[in-house]
Write a protein of this length. Structure first.
Length: 513
């Protein structure tokens, strides 16, 4: 992991613990400056814009430790020392306390809060009271051994993301840092994360949330999308330190995938925030990815709790990128795997699921290649046999051409092995088809021309103009052609059509001979 990523992870975790936005811890420009300058002591750290005395008191030690892991230099912390495991004021603060100028109550409480912010801890206890308000949830933790109590508060957003509905009697684990509320001087634990303690409580919460999401239809098969048949651009979310990423990449094979990796914790409450942020990161540009993949190995119900968190589950369900989850083993059924578009049992199975279509495609191509070659050889053999039969018939009917035909046949058979696969065979078929079409077209054209000649001859033979040119004439009475004297009487006017011209005449006599 790069130094910048390590600093970002620390900042995100600290923001959750304090229940504030990340930029209130340190802005991005400040993180970039830390990476660029690699400060090695207090003076160099304070020279960075965005880090002043108050910030140094709260975060100086941890920042120098993180940078020291990457810079390899000896760091001079100069911040606070440990006495019996408890932090004490640094030298500068002690001088202020011992000076003649007294501190105001507000200044003293501010100093305490700065020191207390470095005492972040994980605490287990029993919930004895809960007061849910619009922006903040107040609750009290009780130690079952000696009835000690601790006042706690968590902002509504962190409370809802934690996915735990607090009730008196619940045994829980919280993460946070102590804080004194100045108006009342009351000490409280400002909580960033909450998780249930105990397998029984986890199973009960699991079943309740499962039923709720099932009633909403989030597990319905109708809302699940099909995985792309051949995904190329993969958005991968998992931890870079776990075995899952190794199992996944090792079994992915050389398929030409473009994998963009976002490292996120996959266990604990911290994982909820990091995985949600990773999903949102990739969903800012969903058009750049074919598939969103989330993987981690198996584990206990407690270790898989992040994937049973309601906020994370809804983030998975709302992804605009098709999702594939490989979380746990056969017996593990995190709720996140029930809302994704497709779920498999392990990171290895996830990689094989992505690899399988490519392997099947390669196998199909090999099969088709062999089938094409076999079909070509079969067709070649069939055509060869057909040519043999046709040549034999020609030899039987045209014996005097046998010798020459045999020579041509041998030459043709010598050419056949050089024909390249089925393409040449298809071209030969097209050529033969074209020849036959041309032959048939010519034959049909000859038949049509012959028929036209016959029709023309018939038309000329029966053309009335031909008879008229020979001296015959057409006689009409009142527009009707006369074929006999029937109906004709003396004095009628007749029209005569000659080879050239027309005559009107009057009947002077009628003779029925």
């Amino acid at each position: 992991m790069s130094l910048l990523n390590e600093l970002r992870n620390w900042r995100n975790n600290q923001a959750r613990i304090e229940g504030v936005e990340t930029f209130r811890i340190l802005p991005n420009a400040c993180l970039d400056a830390l990476v660029g300058t690699l400060p090695q002591n207090k003076e160099q750290l304070l020279s960075i814009k965005g880090i002043k005395e108050a910030k140094f008191r709260k975060y100086g030690k941890v920042l120098l430790e993180i940078i020291g892991q990457y810079g390899g230099a000896n760091m001079v912390l100069g911040t606070e020392t440990e006495i019996s495991g408890l932090p004490v004021f640094e030298e500068e603060s002690m001088n202020e306390l011992q000076s003649d100028n007294p501190l105001s109550v507000s200044q003293f409480l501010d100093g305490l809060n700065i020191e207390l912010s470095g005492m972040a801890a994980r605490i287990q206890g029993e919930v004895s009271s809960v007061d849910e308000r619009e922006r903040v949830v107040y609750f009290t933790l009780k130690d079952s051994k000696d009835e000690s109590t601790l006042s706690c508060l968590i902002f509504r957003q962190q409370y809802e993301i934690s996915g735990v509905k607090l009730s008196p009697g619940d045994e829980i684990i919280v993460e946070g840092s102590p804080d004194i509320y100045k108006p009342s001087g009351r000490l409280s634990l400002k909580v960033g994360m909450i998780e249930l303690f105990g397998e029984g409580a986890l199973k009960k919460a699991y079943e309740a949330l499962k039923q709720k999401l099932e009633d909403e239809g989030l597990f319905s098969s109708e809302r699940k999308r099909l995985l792309p048949e051949f995904p190329r651009r993969i958005a991968l979310i998992t931890s870079e330190q776990g075995a899952a990423i190794g199992d996944f990449t090792m079994n992915l094979g050389q398929q030409g995938f473009q994998v963009d990796f976002y490292s996120a914790s996959v266990e604990g409450k911290r994982a909820v925030f990091e995985i949600m942020e990773a999903i949102r990161f990739f969903n800012r540009t969903p058009e750049e990815y074919d598939l969103l993949v989330i993987v981690r190995g198996g584990g206990s119900l407690e270790s898989l709790q992040a994937f049973n968190n309601e906020a994370l589950i809804r983030e998975v369900a709302g992804s605009r990128i098709v999702t594939l989850c490989g979380i746990g083993h056969e017996k593990d059924v995190p709720l996140a795997t029930l809302v994704c578009d497709m779920a498999v049992s392990t990171p290895t199975a996830t990689a094989r699921t992505l690899r399988e279509p490519f392997e099947k495609a390669r196998a199909s191509l090999l099969f088709l290649e062999r089938a094409l070659l076999a079909a070509y050889e079969s067709e070649l053999a069939r055509e060869k046999n057909n040519l043999g039969l046709q040549s034999q018939k020609l030899l039987d009917h045209l014996g005097f051409l046998g010798e020459r035909f045999q020579s041509l046949r041998e030459q043709f058979l010598q050419i056949i092995p050089r024909i390249e696969y089925s393409l040449h065979d298809i071209k030969s078929r097209l050529a033969r088809f074209e020849s036959e079409m041309e032959k048939n077209f010519r034959q049909s054209l000859e038949v049509i021309q012959k028929k036209l000649s016959e029709f023309e001859e018939t038309l000329q033979r029966y053309d009335p103009k031909r008879a008229l040119s020979l001296g015959y004439s057409l006689i009409r009475k009142e527009g009707k052609i006369l074929r006999s004297t029937e109906g004709v009487k003396k004095g009628d006017t007749l029209s005569l059509r000659l080879g050239k011209g027309r005559l009107d005449s009057e009947v002077t006599g009628v003779y029925n001979e």
